[in-house]
Design a protein around this ligand. Structure first.
Ligand code: GDP
Ligand code: IMO
Ligand code: MG
Length: 438
């Protein structure tokens, strides 16, 4: 537990030129807040996967001046001047949504397009992908995933089926129109939906005039920058247990959200990443369907939801809440190679008489310290807890670990001991500076 970090700028000195910030639970851990806080000290901020299923919240300023931004496609470092934000080849992009985000920032006087570069290899999401997402969810009935309906699964299906349309295709209008027509006609036939094909093609003709200068080979850009000594922060989306391979399949998203995906989604080799920061809420949440061993379907769960404002940043859906699950986070540490942790939302635990940490699961008298692949097994497991006394104090103004209430300190130390990785960042509020560095 030697690693100590004293400030946002110290992070770069201690953690290195290239870092990856990854969600260690089921998403919404508070990635956006740390990405924003650290971006001031990094030159490039890149997103490697996912689409507008992500919702990353950044709060800047205080009191009446406070501004809250929710980023779906734009990297959360975009607020900082002189930084380059990259949407990598592993992402799936719905351009109307991206343009809405860009315009919202322009209205606040921020030139988002000037700071943005988009990989020519990134895939496009069209409106019909969203329609298909909705239809597929409906067809699944009780077994629905609870997707964000942003067309993520259908767009990645096209990518994997090798019929996806990429940003580079937009650069040749004729080729784009041909590919779009073919895919749209297929979608109409397969799903019985109506697509206004020619008007969509025209829309993208206009869009490309605006975006052409920023669609490029971002892998080359990033690797050249790396050689020149520039620093790179990779912003994770979703969370480890929503990863298509490592998550609670099929209740997952359709991309690799873990550190392998950070490399393939930007074209950065694994040996360039110096550190991986895992973000974990001081408790656990999940939005959408799927197993959740420490879920609290009771008044304590409601208390977590209300105190934590646990409503989806993308869909507004109430998030399911439960105690901290160390089995999950340890799994994330192993899979990603996490060497530093940001425990977020510690302030939300205020007022609980006692707080629990799940250290392992049990089933038929047998202990499990891993997440089984079999969903029925995972649904039947019982979480085993250790219980810690809570605290009543408001901790949001505290910036020095030693000044935290003793029970809050003991909670952190216990989580740290169970995880075996230093907790260098502790979130105590929503704002950019409401973090304890240690
Ligand atoms: P992300 O998807 O991982 O970026 O997380 P979201 O933005 O979806 O959800 C995290 C929520 O928690 C947002 O509303 C944040 O403003 C908020 N948040 C982040 N860190 C903290 C913290 O330390 N304390 C509190 N109270 N809220 C936090
Ligand atoms: P951020 O980046 C939390 C969940 C959905 C659903 C499943 C599949 O803000 O942490 P999808 O639309 O991807 O096909 O949905 O994944 N999900 C998220 N949950 N945070 C996210 O992103 C999520 N992105 C997708 O709720 O259960
Ligand atoms: Mg989110």
């Amino acid at each position: 537990m030697k690693l100590k970090i004293t400030s946002a700028s110290d992070t770069k000195t201690k953690l290195g030129q290239v870092i990856f910030i990854v969600g260690s639970q089921w998403g919404d851990e508070g990635k956006g807040k740390l990405v924003d806080a650290l971006s001031e000290h990094y030159d490039f901020i890149g997103r490697a996967s996912g689409g507008a299923n992500a919702g990353h919240t950044v709060c800047v300023g205080r009191g009446g001046e406070a501004e809250r931004y929710i980023f779906h496609l734009l990297p959360s470092g975009i607020l900082h001047e002189n930084k380059i934000a990259i949407i990598g080849n592993g992402a799936v992009i719905h351009l109307p949504t991206l343009l809405d985000e860009v315009r919202a920032l322009e209205e606040k006087g921020l030139d988002a397009l000037g700071r943005l570069r988009i990989s020519d290899r990134a895939h496009l999401i069209f409106d019909y992908h969203k329609d298909i997402d909705e239809i597929q969810e409906r067809r699944k009935g009780e077994q629905k995933i609870g997707t964000t309906k942003q067309g993520i699964g259908p767009a990645y299906s096209d990518k994997i089926s090798r019929r996806g349309i990429r940003m580079v295709d937009l650069l040749d209008q004729h080729r784009f129109a041909e590919k779009f027509r073919k895919n749209a006609e297929l979608a109409q036939k397969e799903f019985g939906i109506q697509i206004n094909i020619e008007s969509e093609i025209n829309f993208y003709k206009d869009v490309i005039e605006l975006l052409e200068p920023i669609i490029l080979n971002t892998t080359e850009l990033l690797n050249k920058a790396y050689q020149d000594g520039k620093s790179i922060l990779i912003e994770g989306v979703q969370g480890t247990h929503l990863d298509i391979d490592m998550g609670t399949y099929p209740y997952v998203t359709s991309s690799n959200t873990t550190s392998g995906g950070a490399c393939t989604g930007l074209g950065i080799s694994p040996n360039k990443i110096n550190s991986i920061i895992g973000i974990a809420k001081a408790y656990t949440t999940r939005v959408g369907g799927g197993p959740f061993p420490t879920e609290l379907a009771n008044i304590e769960g409601d208390m977590l939801r209300e105190q934590g404002g646990e409503y989806g940043a993308t869909t507004g859906r109430p998030r399911r809440c439960g105690w901290f699950d160390a089995v999950l986070v340890k799994n994330a540490i192993t899979i990603n190679g996490i060497n530093s942790i940001n425990l977020t939302k510690l302030d939300v635990l205020r007022g609980f008489k006692s707080i629990k940490i799940a250290t392992h699961y049990t089933l038929n008298g047998q202990d499990y310290d891993f997440v089984p692949a079999d969903l029925d097994e995972l649904e039947s497991l019982k979480a085993s807890y250790i219980e810690m006394p809570g605290w009543d104090e408001d901790i949001s103004q505290i910036r020095d670990f030693e000044k935290l209430p003793t029970n809050a300190k003991n909670y952190i130390l216990k989580v740290e001991e169970v995880l075996g990785v230093p907790i260098n960042f502790i979130g105590v509020g929503v704002h950019r500076n409401e973090t304890i560095y240690r």
